[in-house]
Ligand binder design. Structure first.
Ligand SMILES: Cc1cc2nc3c(=O)[nH]c(=O)nc-3n(C[C@H](O)[C@H](O)[C@H](O)COP(=O)(O)OP(=O)(O)OC[C@H]3O[C@@H](n4cnc5c(N)ncnc54)[C@H](O)[C@@H]3O)c2cc1C
Length: 449
């Protein structure tokens, strides 16, 4: 079945190309497909990009180590990811981290107790408490940007702006206070969300998260087809016809794992129910740029740590993501409009802008990279951006976890649909598992010829 070519549109409806077509070969789609395949269900995965992995993407450095340009951290309670990594023979390691990142403002290191930083700490504590109440619906139209303007002191405001932007990749004038607090709540509180050790950034995988998606795809073999962008899905009583530029596929069931704003480009016949259509219309992908600088060794560890929040423009977070005994890896994240502003520079100019300000703190060796890896996710037309689909202000019904009740023969997966840890790798796996279970619990009946 897996080698069958897509049937011509005219002769379509009579035979199935696969029992289930999965749209998207990210972590959720590959997980769903593998679960079905292991239970003997015939499955095809159609992926728009020329590679698999979606928002997970590993690269090999000049020194032979592996790194992730997409999702990389495993939270302390992300048990699905830990189990998958162990099953696929990948090696988990804890973050090398301290209690708090150091704050750098135009070359100066600001102590966390500094009066110019203190209001930011108080505002974060307030936000943490507010998110626990869950009663923030009246701030559905108020943007985070508007709220931040009320925080006293330029440094505190800027620090909060950098933290918020990197945490959610949102444009802060397009992100409501209600959405922010709901997302904090879903992630088990602000402390968990922002923390490395014991929080959402607790550990990493030596071989890279991208290795997990590679290994899942390897088990599925030719059932995974890259370069197959799904343009339309037509549902009928007996199944669905999934169209791509190179032909169409007939299946009894379809699992769509594409994040809602990107899935909005898929045409549906009959049209999707109003609530699903508005979800796709009222969400957008965040803008995020990620870079990893690679060094012979993590030289900075002789005299301190390399974990910073940099308040200069572009605002950024820097993490030491070096694996045990591996070459030095310094990871930088820039988000929102300041990430998009980097698109206008060349790669080496970006490297100088991002690493140059670290020289006074880490020494001149920080400019001597063995290799430099970077990706602007908002420029990736198939991923759409990262880390997660965000609700437009005033559309509280679009705040994740988004509803996932099947629409006829279409089942919905993807990290955004997970009831726990939506937007994370953990949510992607859980949603793929759940969508596969939905189909296994009510197996599709093959059409009679
Ligand atoms: C820079 C960055 C850093 C992140 N950091 C972390 C982290 O440290 N920890 C963590 O847990 N999470 C992190 N995340 C989030 C995590 O990577 C995602 O939640 C997860 O990978 C989503 O998987 P998914 O399968 O649900 O979606 P995706 O990976 O987006 O998969 C959807 C797939 O559908 C494909 N597609 C799109 N349109 C079509 C179409 N029309 N036809 C066919 N295929 C289509 C896409 O190409 C993609 O491959 C990060 C994300 C980014 C971008």
């Amino acid at each position: 079945m897996e080698n069958r070519k897509p049937t011509d549109t005219g002769a379509r409806e009579a035979q199935l190309d696969a029992m289930v077509v999965v749209v998207g070969a990210g972590l959720s789609g590959l997980t769903a497909a593998r679960d079905l395949h292991r239970r003997g269900i015939d499955v095809i995965v159609l992926e728009a990009a020329g590679r698999i992995g979606g928002r997970a993407m590993a690269e090999t450095t000049a020194l032979g180590s592996r790194l992730d340009l997409g999702g990389q951290w495993i939270g302390h309670d992300h048990h699905h990811v830990m189990a998958l990594a162990a099953e696929l023979g990948a090696t988990q390691y804890p973050m090398h981290t301290g209690a708090m990142p150091q704050v750098i403002d135009h070359g100066r290191k600001l102590p966390i107790t500094s009066p110019s930083v203190l209001p930011a700490g108080l505002a974060l504590a307030g936000l943490g408490a507010l998110s626990l109440t869950g009663a923030t619906g009246r701030w559905d139209d108020t943007t985070v940007d508007t709220l931040l303007r009320r925080v006293p002191g330029r440094t505190s405001r800027r620090l909060l702006e950098v933290i918020a932007s990197i945490s959610w990749t949102a444009d802060l004038d397009r992100f409501s206070v209600h959405a922010m607090t709901q997302m904090v709540r879903q992630q088990g509180g602000l402390r968990t969300m922002l923390s490395t050790k014991g929080g959402a950034q607790d550990s990493l995988i030596v071989e890279g998260v991208g290795t997990l998606t590679d290994r899942l795809a390897a088990e599925l073999g030719p059932r995974v087809r890259t370069g197959h962008r799904v343009t339309a899905i037509a549902r009928d009583g007996a199944g669905a016809t999934v169209r791509t530029a190179s032909g169409s596929y007939r299946a009894a069931k379809v699992i769509v794992t594409v994040p809602p704003p990107v899935a909005a480009r898929i045409e549906h016949t009959p049209p999707l129910p109003a609530d699903r259509a508005s979800l796709e219309r009222n969400t957008y992908m965040g803008s995020v740029y990620k870079a990893i600088a690679v060094y012979e060794r993590p030289f900075w560890r002789h005299h301190g740590r390399a974990e910073f929040l940099v308040l200069d423009n572009p605002g950024r977070a820097v993490f030491d993501t070096t694996a045990p005994d591996g070459p030095g890896h310094l990871c930088t994240l820039v988000a929102g409009p300041e990430a998009r502003a980097l698109d206008h520079m060349g790669s080496s100019a970006r490297r100088d802008v991002l690493l140059g300000p670290l020289v006074p703190h880490l020494g001149p060796d920080v400019m001597k990279t063995a290799s430099w890896h970077e990706k602007a996710w908002h420029l990736d037309e198939h991923a759409g951006g990262g880390y997660v689909a965000l609700p437009e202000p005033g559309t509280s019904e679009s705040i994740g976890p988004i509803p996932h009740a099947p629409t006829g023969n279409i089942h919905w997966a993807g990290s955004e649909t997970a009831s726990e840890h939506p937007g994370y790798l953990e949510g992607a796996i859980a949603s793929g598992r759940r969508a596969a279970r939905e189909i296994l619990d009510a197996p599709p009946q093959p059409e009679t010829p």
